[in-house]
Design a binder for this molecule. Sequence first.
Ligand code: SF4
Length: 654
Amino acid sequence: MYRFRGAEPSNVERFEAEFGGRSLALANNYRSGAPVVRAFQAFARGMSTGSRAPSDWLPERGELGSVSLTVAPSVAGEAAAIRDRVLELSRQGIALSDQVVLARSHLTLARVTSVLEQLGVPLLYLGDLFERDEIRDLLSLLSVDAERGGLGLLRVGQLPEYAAPEPDILKFIGWCTSNETEYIASLQRVAEVEGLSEAGREGLERLGCHLAGFTVGTSPWTMLTIWLFERSDYLRPFVEANDAKSRQKLIAVYQLLKVCGEFVAIGETNRRKFLDRVRRIEALNEDTAYRAVSSEATDLDAVRVMTIHGSKGLEFKAVHLPAIATRYMPSTPKGNRCPPPESLAHLGIESEDHEAEEECLFFVALSRARDHLSLSRAERYTTQTASPSRYLNTLSRFVPQQSSPDVSIETAHLEDRPPSPRKAYQERELAIFDRCALRYRYEIVHGLAGARDSTAYVRFHGCVHQTIDWLEQQCAAGTPADEAAALAHLAALWAETGPRHGFERYYRQSAEQMVRTMARVIAGETGEYDLAEWSVELDGKVITFTPDRVVIAPGGDVRIQRIRTGRKIKSEADSPIYALIRRSAAARYAGRRVSMETFYPATGECVPVGAPKNDAKALKSYTDAIRDIELGRFPPTTDTRYCPTCPCYFICGI
Ligand code: SF4
């Protein structure tokens, strides 16, 4: 039961042989009522590690409590069934704080609790702290003048107490950007900005009063505490409402202040660094420590929420156990991204260890219940259907099953005004849309592109690409550069725009390697380069792009290269840009022999791009994107790895 990485049941089993001990079975169960004991006992008999469990546990507390299984069409229906059961048990006298929602993973907990929270169930759980609306409001506030571009103002300016219309805020941001002034200081000069509406001017001036005196150097702690407790009315509605949802928000704000206080306590005062830290925590999925409610709030009468791992050693009068479905319980083995070194190979988790560990976890979950155990599953969690967990096979004799209806949960709808139709679109803009339509809206429609300082990785790539362009220009001008000149050019670019980072040395080594390779390749080329911008007309719209490299050999053959400074990926040739290049090249170089390849300067590998799989479909993705843009359709595409690196991460959702 207490199997976990490195703690092997065999260590206990060897005890008898090594120390001459004797095994005694604990045959009485003092925790749970008989229905719960029967359920976990039935499961234990089928466990691969269960052979040593006694065949019968005697439930000392007798016939009390219940076990049930509810099946709902969707996660919303499942959460609604949990809400109903929680309230029913509460009416029977079981306090909310004596009830717990347990799940195998934080992902499941986040899915279920986000609906429970909307349904008004008081929970002692915050989900992903940094993606909560009220926390994003505060992080947006901290980002003003800390991250470039003033993006945070777009969210903060629309808070109810400022209510500045979005076009006014965008106008103000544009004014600051073109005047190269700091955003907070400029809020004192709102009167100078022409064309603002009355509401916009008033809202921004009020925000200016609340932020007066803050500068780039103001620490996150100072800015948050003064704004929250001395100047703004942000917390008032939550305090006055005093309902479960508002208390949850207050706890989340408190939690953020704690995170912020810890940051300041180690001597850091830089807001930009604080926000970078938040982004890193999210990108590395290290936020689980912030999901649980801090100990100061644990006296609240609210349902406890935790992972099964976290529940070991605890017990509750009522346990709600959602997502007992294939892929969720047991979880699918993920492979070992970080295998232990050879000398510690015994710590590695083999697939049979994973199975045994999952069984033990399920046993732990079942046996946390003192009186009531409510299992549930949905028939669909994402777009895929989810079949019942095989763990339910052994329980079905003891657990009555019931169905629960679906419910619809309102999701926030972003009101989008379609932008004015355009004749031409740049391919790189459409690539942003393809990645996330909402990001396109912020960056391209609202003109907030490039607001965040480039990451070290982006700067490194920029230096390499610019050096390659320079090498080609030198060739075209008849003054080809050698490796040494290429490296000198790279060094000059690096000094100006290269990454300033703990791993700068490694970035630089890699950049020099790529530049050397490209210098050798270009030195061996004859003919000329096509450096022009290309365009393709699709359904009456023009898409423009500049291919990375187009080499025209003296005999007229055309070689088009796409340079990838990252690592090689299998699906590279499926990228729709190859279809665009093919279509454009066919018109531009009709009758010539045209070849296309992907070049990886990090390794010097050149991969020919094979015959097209489905160019019509690839090109349609561009026309579909343009259609959606002109209809004002900008749904977010959330991705736990990608979003934290997005410049719009903190304002996302407004
Ligand atoms: S944070 Fe994610 S969902 Fe939001 S705009 Fe950026 S990429 Fe899109």
